[in-house]
Write a protein that binds this ligand. Sequence first.
Ligand SMILES: Nc1nc2c(c(=O)[nH]1)N[C@H]1C(S)=C(S)[C@@H](COP(=O)(O)O)O[C@H]1N2
Ligand SMILES: [Mo]
Length: 330
Amino acid sequence: MLIRNKKTSDCSESQVTDEFVYLNRRQFMKVTSGVALGVGGIGRVAAALQEGNPLSPPPSLKPSFQNIVETAYGRSDKISPYDVATSYNNFYEFGYGKNDPKEKSSQLQTRPWTISVEGEAGKTGVFDLDDIIKESLLEERIYRLRCVEAWSMVIPWVGVSLATVLKRFEPTSKAKYVYFETLHDPKQMPGQRGNGLDWPYREGLRIDEAMNPLAMLAVGMYGSILPNQNGAPVRLVLPWKYGFKSIKSIVKIRFVETMPETTWSLLAPSEYGFYANVNPNVDHPRWSQKQERRLPGGVLFPNVVETKMFNGYEEEVASLYTGMNLKRFY
Ligand SMILES: Nc1nc2c(c(=O)[nH]1)N[C@H]1C(S)=C(S)[C@@H](COP(=O)(O)O)O[C@H]1N2
Ligand SMILES: [Mo]
């Protein structure tokens, strides 16, 4: 995603395409000439491919969860390698490069971790994460993650249905939306020290979207705890929406009556809407959303796939948007 830098002129070209070309050139060099390059971004993808798609977290992380309930979600999708999902990230609190989150997030303190629950609900207050999400209720769901930048991955998440958690706070009839906030701590999050986004990172959902069974609060992936770069210790996963809605490292949940302001729609309202449903028929103003690169992929095998309406979850979520003009409410 592009960060608008007010001090320099706006990017003239599609930076998405530029980055694609740039990363693939690096991978091409690696594959064809064997030149030792700094491993990072797609370089890691190539490395993962050569090592035979390691799908598991490193042994040091295992075992971390017992008795995760398997679900039917995504059983037919080919899972992205663990190394790719944990080294090609967007988590701007740790920098704007795809490898920054992995390289700069290792010091993030994820325990104890509290979430402040506020607003239109019967039970509000500050809760410990381990009291909100009981390990005995964890399930695994394999979901496609489609970034607005036109790449995607398939990730086996570990977590619980968002609705189950939200209902326990007893939202009132005034709770029409729910708002989420990421930790704001420039000491731990170097990306928050400079210019960039207007911190803290903020997201929101209509309450019926939040209560849809697909919406998930994840605390793990690949059978193990969430790596910091993927939003430890707890994040949203909303597979029918562009990745930026899936807010990481959540510290606040607020039930509200009116549509909350969200980071990306505040920054560039003509480019990033509140709904941000994956939609191949609504292009981003600067690039097409008809296709996506399913990672890993390279210059020889770019692995481009057609983007599906609601990222292929139409059956589960289309009824949320009946009668809505999805070109207008993008
Ligand atoms: N707090 C926070 N949450 C965030 C982001 C971020 O920069 N900060 N990036 C978003 C974007 S653009 C995407 S695509 C996904 C990426 O999740 P992943 O790195 O686990 O693949 O996280 C989303 N959640
Ligand atoms: Mo994204």
